[in-house]
Design a protein around this ligand. Structure first.
Ligand SMILES: [Fe+2]
Ligand SMILES: [Fe+2]
Length: 297
């Protein structure tokens, strides 16, 4: 008699089939030699961190497009960093688990997709001819610590914070014809593959919450609140403002006080926040940091 298949294995098996049926190779599926369309934007106007501020009003239309380009690159650069964090976490899942399970096999399949995403984002940045805006050294160091100590809900929750905010912003531009086709295609590839990653992390988080004792909840809440705060603060690297001649410190202050930008972050957290909240992972301690992340609105 064969052993019954667990829910965990069933989810992983479904995701593996979906990976085999619908995956992309950015090397083949993106026409990297296609020219960029003059006059088309790289991101939505109202999603620019300075949209609606006095600083934005003083920019020319060309400068607004240029700033939008650098902000899209900043989000992609943060994506590269987050994918490195995710890959370290997934490697741990694979290392600690049984390679004969669909669960570990799916973690490995996801790792494969993340490596391709990182190359895709790096090639995009190269194509757009801007700097790569990785987070500062201290934040990268903190990311390394997170990948060593995160377990259970704070591991899967950190993965969701890393994936869902960027995913939400990409979904908004994928069908918008005012955006550069290259950016839309990259977003399309990422959305399709991230949907599986989010499904996997959500199922794992729900599963491990059952085994999480109440006394450990405070630790996971605080770890996730920190992660959420850091991720939202590094999405737009202040150095992007230099591209249009603005002072990074002054523009950063204006962005963080900008109600439109806070709304963008709230929009980014619109799916993530109710899920983590329902799981019991948003609350004291850490509520203050969640509020400061502007994801709660
Ligand atoms: Fe990714
Ligand atoms: Fe992912």
């Amino acid at each position: 008699m064969t052993a019954p298949i667990s829910d965990q294995e069933r989810v992983a098996d479904r995701l593996l089939r979906s990976t085999a049926a619908k995956g992309y190779d950015p090397d083949i599926d993106i026409d990297w030699s296609a020219p960029l369309e003059p006059g088309l934007a790289y991101g939505l106007r109202n999603r620019c961190s300075l949209y609606g501020t006095a600083l934005y009003d003083q920019l020319t239309p060309e400068q607004r497009i240029e700033l939008g380009k650098h902000e899209v690159v900043s989000v992609a650069s943060t994506g590269i960093w987050l994918e490195a964090v995710l890959m370290r976490l997934l490697t741990r899942v694979a290392y600690n688990g049984n390679p004969m399970t669909r669960h570990v096999q799916y973690a490995l399949a996801e790792l494969g997709e993340e490596t391709r995403h990182t190359i895709m984002f790096a090639r995009m940045i190269e194509r757009l001819g801007t700097p790569c805006y990785l987070p500062p050294r201290l934040i990268r160091f903190l990311g390394r610590i997170l990948t060593t100590i995160a377990t259970g809900p704070s591991l899967w929750g950190a993965i969701l914070i890393g994936e869902e905010i960027i995913d939400r912003l990409q979904r908004e531009i994928v069908d918008d014809e005012s955006i550069q086709p290259l950016i839309r295609m990259i977003s399309r590839i990422h959305i399709v593959e991230e949907a599986r990653h989010v499904g996997f992390a959500r199922a794992e988080l729900t599963r491990c919450m059952v085994r999480t004792p109440r006394w450990a909840l405070a630790y996971h809440r605080l770890a996730l609140a920190r992660t959420a705060f850091i991720v939202t603060r590094v999405l737009i690297n202040p150095q992007v403002y230099k591209a249009v001649g603005l002072d990074p410190r002054q523009a950063r202050r204006a962005a963080l006080a900008n109600p439109y930008y806070r709304e963008t972050l709230r929009f980014g957290g619109e799916k993530l926040v109710p899920f983590l909240s329902q799981a019991g992972l948003i609350g004291r301690p850490g509520r203050y940091l969640w509020r400061q992340s502007f994801l709660l609105g």
